[in-house]
Design a protein around this ligand. Structure first.
Ligand code: ARG
Ligand code: ASP
Length: 723
C-alpha cells in the first residue's frame, strides 16, 4: 500500500509540476495551459474574452502604470485605477504645506482640475508575438559581433532586433508605439511586444494617506488589512486618440476597452483572476541558489537593515521633523526587509531546498535515462559557480546594504568632484566653472530637504561599526584602514572627523569651500570624498569580479531550463515573471497562519476602528470616515450584513509589479484592486505555497465608497459602469 501511494505521489508530482492556483501565465497560451482549470473554478469567459489578437478584450483595459506597477482603465473616458503607493510620487510632487494632498487627499471635481505628471507613462500592450525562431537565427547571424556571448539576454541587442522587425518606418508613422523583445525561460524562448505608451497622464483623485496608506509600515505585508490603497488618474491623448506630449488641447482617451465593475461583492471560494505586470520571480532557482538567497542575500539584508532601521527610528521618534524627512527612506527599507524575513521563513518552514532538489533530481534521472549529459553537467556547473562566488557575493551584499545604503554620505557625487579637480589641475577655467555648477546641483540633490547630516552621522557610526565586524579586515575598502592607523580603531571618531572636516559634511562647509581660493586642495584631500571614492572603487571591483561568474551561470541556467522544458509535457511550465503581462487565477480565501489561528477572507470597517490610534500616525482615522461609520452611512456599498467591506484575500499568485492590478470575478468584472501580499506568502517568489500565499486586495466597494461618500466625487462613480 505504501509503495502504491509512493508511486502515485510520484505520478501526481510528474503530472502536476505546478500546484493548482500557482502560476503567472501568458495570455496567448491560456487555452493550451489553464483555461479548463479556470472554468472548473468558476471562470465564465473564453480565452478570447481575455486575450484577443484580432479585437478588443480584457487585456486592452490593463496597463503598465509607470515602470513598476499595474493599472486598469475603468471608464470610457480613460479613467485609470491604480494603488495609492503607485501614485505616491505624483501625489507627493503636487503637495505642499498649503496643498497637502498626501495628508488631505486630492479630488479633481472637473476635468480642468486634473493635474499633469511629467515623466509618468501608461503603457498598453497592443500585440504579443512569439519570435523564438527568428531571434535564434539573428543570434547566429550576429555571432561575430557577440564576442562575449551575451546577446541572447541583452536588452539592447534584443530591442534592436525588435526595431528591425517592426521597421523604422512603422515606428516613425506611429508615435508612442514602442517594441520590445524579452527572453523567457532563461533565453529559451522570446516574445515580442508592441506597445502604445501614453505620456499625458493626469492625477484625478487620491484619498488622504490615512486611508490610502492606513497601517503604513506596521501593516505592510500583513493580513488582515484595512488600507484603501488606491488612486485615480486619467489618460489624455491627441484628438485622434494617439499618444502625445502634455498639451492643454489633448483630450481624455477613448479606450478600446474598459472594465465594468461588480458591486455584488465576494464570498469565500469565489473564483478570482488578476491580470498585471509581475516583476521578478525565481521559480527555477536550484537548491544551491535557494540556500544562497537565504544565507547570503537575505541574511545580510536582514542584519544590516535592523541596525539601520533601529538607528533611524530612534532619531525619527525623537524629532518630528526627522520623522517626516526619513518616512520614505524608512518605508523603503522596511518593505524589502520584511520581504526578506518572510522569504527566509518560507525557505526553511517549507524546505524549499528539498523542493528544488527534487526538481533537480527528477531532471538528472531523466537526463541519465535519455542520455543527455548536458543537463546534469549544467546542474553541476550551477552548484560549482554558486559555491565559488559565495565570498564575493557576501562582501558585495555587505558593502551594498551596510555602506551604500546605510551610510548616506557614501553616495556624495564623487565622479563630478574628480572631473572638477582634473579641470582645475589643467587650468581649464570654462570647464571648471561648468563642473562647479554641476557639483553644486548634484550635492544639493544629495543633501536635499530629506537629508539630515546629524542623522547620517549617527546612523553611519552604527553602520560602519557593523560592517567592520562582519567583514574581514583585508577586504575593507581602502579608506577604512585609516580607522586603525589614525583613529586607534575608533570608527565613531573617524565619522565625526569626516563630518567636521569635509566640505560635504554640512552646507556651511560646502559654501565655504566652493567660495574659497584653495578649492583644488580642499577637494583633493577631502576625507569624505576619499571615503566615498574608495567605497565606489571597491563596489566596482566586486562587480567586475562577480561578472566573470555571470556569463557561465546564465548559460548553465539556460541549459538547465532547456532540460526542464524538454523533460515535461509541453505547456506545463510558466516562465518566471519579467514585467510582461500575465494572468493569475485562484479563489477568494482566508488561511491559517499558525496552529489554532484562522484568518478570514474579508475585512470590514470594524477593523479600521479597532486599529484606530490617534497618537500613532500609522493608524489615525480621518474624522469624516469616523462620522460615516457612526451613522452607518455606507450607501449601496455595504455588505448584506450592513458592514462596509475593506479588503479581501485570494490565492492568486502575484508579486511586486502586480500592485494596482485588477482583480476580476468569473465574468471578468472588477471586484478589487491588488496591492500587497501576506508576509507568509512572499516565499511564493521562489515556490508558491497554496496554503499560505495570498494576494491582498482592496474591495472595489470600499474604493467606490471613498470616492462617492467620503470624497463627494460622485461624478467619477457615474463615469464608471457598475453592475
Ligand atoms: N508591500 C507592498 C509592495 O511591495 C506595498 C509597499 C508600499 N507600502 C509601504 N508601507 N511601504 O510592494
Ligand atoms: N506590493 C507589491 C507591489 O508594489 C505587490 C506584491 O509584492 O505582492 O507591486
Amino acid at each position: 500500500m505504501r509503495k502504491l501511494l509512493f508511486s502515485l505521489a510520484i505520478m501526481i508530482g510528474v503530472v502536476f509540476t505546478s500546484t493548482a492556483d500557482e502560476g503567472m501565465w501568458m495570455l496567448q497560451l491560456l487555452k493550451q495551459q489553464k483555461l479548463s482549470e479556470m472554468h472548473a473554478l468558476g471562470l465564465k469567459l473564453e480565452d478570447y474574452d481575455i486575450y484577443n489578437p484580432d479585437g478588443a478584450s480584457i487585456k486592452d483595459a490593463v496597463v503598465q502604470f509607470g515602470r513598476g506597477c499595474t493599472g486598469e482603465v475603468i471608464s470610457s473616458q480613460g479613467l485609470v485605477l491604480t494603488n495609492h503607493h503607485c501614485g505616491f510620487g505624483q501625489i507627493q510632487q503636487h503637495s505642499s504645506l498649503g496643498n497637502n494632498y498626501l495628508d488631505d487627499g486630492f479630488w479633481a471635481m472637473r476635468q480642468e482640475d486634473e493635474l499633469p505628471n511629467p515623466g509618468l507613462t501608461v503603457t498598453f500592450i497592443d500585440q504579443i508575438e512569439e519570435v523564438t525562431a527568428w531571434v535564434k537565427e539573428c543570434l547566429v547571424r550576429d555571432r561575430e559581433r557577440d564576442k562575449e556571448g551575451i546577446f541572447y539576454l541583452s536588452p539592447a541587442y534584443l530591442n534592436g532586433l525588435a526595431r528591425e522587425k517592426a521597421g523604422e518606418q512603422f515606428l516613425n508613422d506611429h508615435p508612442g508605439t514602442e517594441v520590445e523583445i524579452k527572453p523567457f525561460f532563461e533565453g529559451n524562448q522570446y516574445y515580442m511586444f508592441t506597445k502604445k505608451v501614453y505620456s499625458d497622464i493626469r492625477l484625478v483623485g487620491a484619498p488622504p494617506s490615512a486611508i490610502g496608506k492606513f497601517g503604513a509600515d506596521t501593516d505592510n505585508w500583513m493580513w488582515p488589512r484595512h488600507t484603501g490603497d488606491f488612486s485615480l488618474f486619467r489618460i489624455y491623448a491627441d484628438k485622434e486618440g494617439n499618444p502625445a506630449a502634455f498639451s492643454t488641447s489633448n483630450v481624455p482617451l477613448k479606450p478600446k476597452r474598459w472594465l465594468t465593475i461588480s458591486t455584488r461583492g465576494v464570498e469565500e471560494d469565489d473564483f478570482a483572476m488578476i491580470l498585471g505586470f509581475p516583476g521578478t520571480t525565481h521559480k527555477y532557482y536550484t537548491s544551491w541558489e535557494v540556500a544562497e538567497r537565504r544565507d547570503i542575500d537575505n541574511s545580510v539584508r536582514i542584519r544590516m537593515r535592523e541596525v539601520r532601521q533601529d538607528a533611524l527610528l530612534e532619531e525619527m521618534l525623537h524629532d518630528p521633523a526627522v520623522k517626516i524627512q526619513y518616512a520614505s527612506k524608512y518605508a523603503g527599507s522596511t518593505n524589502a526587509y520584511k520581504n526578506a524575513i518572510g522569504t527566509s521563513w518560507a525557505i526553511d518552514m517549507h524546505n524549499f531546498e528539498q523542493v528544488k532538489r527534487d526538481q533537480q533530481n527528477r531532471l538528472a534521472e531523466w537526463a541519465d535515462r535519455k542520455n543527455k549529459p548536458q543537463y546534469t553537467d549544467a546542474l553541476k556547473e550551477i552548484e560549482c559557480i554558486v559555491k565559488e562566488r559565495a565570498d564575493l557575493r557576501y562582501r558585495s551584499w555587505m558593502l551594498n546594504e551596510a555602506v551604500n545604503r546605510g551610510v548616506e554620505f557614501s553616495t556624495i557625487p564623487t565622479a563630478i568632484a574628480e572631473h572638477l579637480v582634473k579641470a582645475l589641475e589643467d587650468d581649464d577655467q570654462a570647464e571648471a566653472e561648468k563642473l562647479l555648477v554641476q557639483l553644486e546641483s548634484a550635492y544639493h540633490q544629495f543633501a536635499d530637504k530629506d537629508y539630515n547630516p546629524g542623522v547620517d552621522r549617527k546612523v553611519s557610526k552604527k553602520m560602519i561599526a557593523a560592517y567592520m565586524q562582519a567583514v574581514p579586515e583585508e577586504h575593507y575598502p581602502g579608506a577604512f584602514h585609516l580607522i586603525a592607523s589614525d583613529f586607534e580603531g575608533d570608527s565613531d571618531r573617524f565619522v565625526d572627523f569626516l563630518f567636521d572636516q569635509s566640505l560635504f559634511g554640512s552646507e556651511e562647509n560646502f559654501r565655504r569651500a566652493v567660495s574659497g581660493a584653495t578649492l583644488i586642495e580642499s577637494l583633493r584631500n577631502d576625507p569624505m570624498f576619499l571615503f566615498a571614492k574608495s567605497v565606489r572603487d571597491e563596489a566596482a571591483s566586486l562587480r567586475a569580479q562577480l561578472a566573470s561568474y555571470d556569463v557561465p551561470l546564465s548559460l548553465a541556467r539556460r541549459t538547465f531550463m532547456e532540460g526542464m522544458l524538454a523533460m515535461d509535457e509541453p505547456y506545463t511550465h510558466f516562465p518566471d515573471a519579467n514585467l510582461t503581462l500575465r494572468i493569475s487565477y485562484g479563489k477568494v480565501k482566508g488561511y491559517q497562519p499558525r496552529d489554532g489561528v484562522v484568518y478570514k477572507h474579508q475585512t470590514t470597517i470594524e477593523g479600521v476602528m479597532e486599529k484606530e490610534d490617534p497618537d500613532n500616525w500609522e493608524f489615525v482615522v480621518p474624522e469624516k470616515l469616523k462620522a460615516l461609520y457612526s451613522t452607518g452611512d455606507f450607501g449601496p456599498y455595504a455588505m448584506p450584513d450592513g458592514k462596509l467591506p475593506i479588503a479581501f484575500a485570494a490565492t492568486t499568485h502575484t508579486t511586486g509589479g502586480n500592485s494596482g492590478s485588477p482583480v476580476m470575478n468569473g465574468a471578468g468584472e472588477l471586484i478589487g484592486l491588488n496591492f500587497d501580499r501576506n508576509w507568509e506568502g512572499v516565499g511564493g517568489d521562489i515556490q508558491y505555497l497554496p496554503d499560505y500565499q495570498r494576494s491582498i486586495i482592496v474591495d472595489i466597494r470600499y474604493v467606490l465608497f471613498v470616492i462617492d461618500k467620503f470624497a463627494g466625487a460622485k461624478h467619477l462613480v457615474e463615469e464608471m459602469e457598475l453592475r
